[in-house]
Design a binder for this molecule. Sequence first.
Ligand code: CP
Length: 311
Amino acid sequence: MSISIFEEGILEGKDMLSTKNLTRHEIELIFNVARQMKSELTNNCDLLRHKILLTFFFEPSTRTRLSFETAMQRLGGSVISVPTAAVSRSNDQIAETIENTARTIQSYADVVVVRHLVDGSSARFAEHCDIPVINAGDGDNEHPTQALLDMYTIMEERGSLDGLKILMIGDMKFRAKHSLGYALSKYNDVQVYLLSPENLRLPIREREEFDRLGLRYEEITKVEDVISELNAIYIHPTGRARSEVSQDDTYRVSLNTIKNAEKDILVLHPLPRFDELSTNIDSTPHAKYFDQVFNGVLIRMALLALLLGKA
Ligand code: CP
């Protein structure tokens, strides 16, 4: 396989901990490589032959872990996995520290994907580890690869992220929404609307970061106020106060919610879903959540190739 990118090495050896410091140029490089990866899905590609990916998940995951593992195998590499902290020494009576674990695993793999329940844990991992560390979600902080695949999905549909008007609904403490906001701040004329219950509003730390990065965002109280101008809705279940939120239709999306929207409005959801997103959207062209799942493999293939210096 040959990837036709002419800026070899700009992400080589780097960690992927956050979207805050990614440039627009780097984001679009990842998208360009992801686009080329589509043809490698069925090509017996050996781009990452002899490379080993370690997936270390201290929290449950279906999509993130499996898509990274698929991505590595599609590129001819191999995978070792700690699919749950319960089978590692991080979760027994010794409770081995992140620092010790990080120093250890660099002897076993060429790149590691980490999900952890503590904010900032991926960065701590990276500080003590000489191989690239990819943050697969750290507490309420960030989930950068989810944001990249979300944006890639919108990009493939709209052809551009500039001028995007997107509504984020639900728990604004949710990490992928933070990463998405940071990454969207690199694009021109983006308008983000936020709709969440009082107790799940955007935390002060992320508010300050959105402001620092110059993201234009506004909190609203009902979808009807903005529905006609939206290009996309991004909805997510609430881990906290789920029953409270799910009983309130304000924070649910169904065909009825988008009846006054532009006919090409996109509905995105990182999955898994609870009952905040009606299945009556699934068979319409608005539903992009299973495209997001598919695109997650391409984005993660691209990231692995770029961080390992093969694209
Ligand atoms: N979207 C997402 O992060 O899904 P998982 O929790 O299944 O990895």
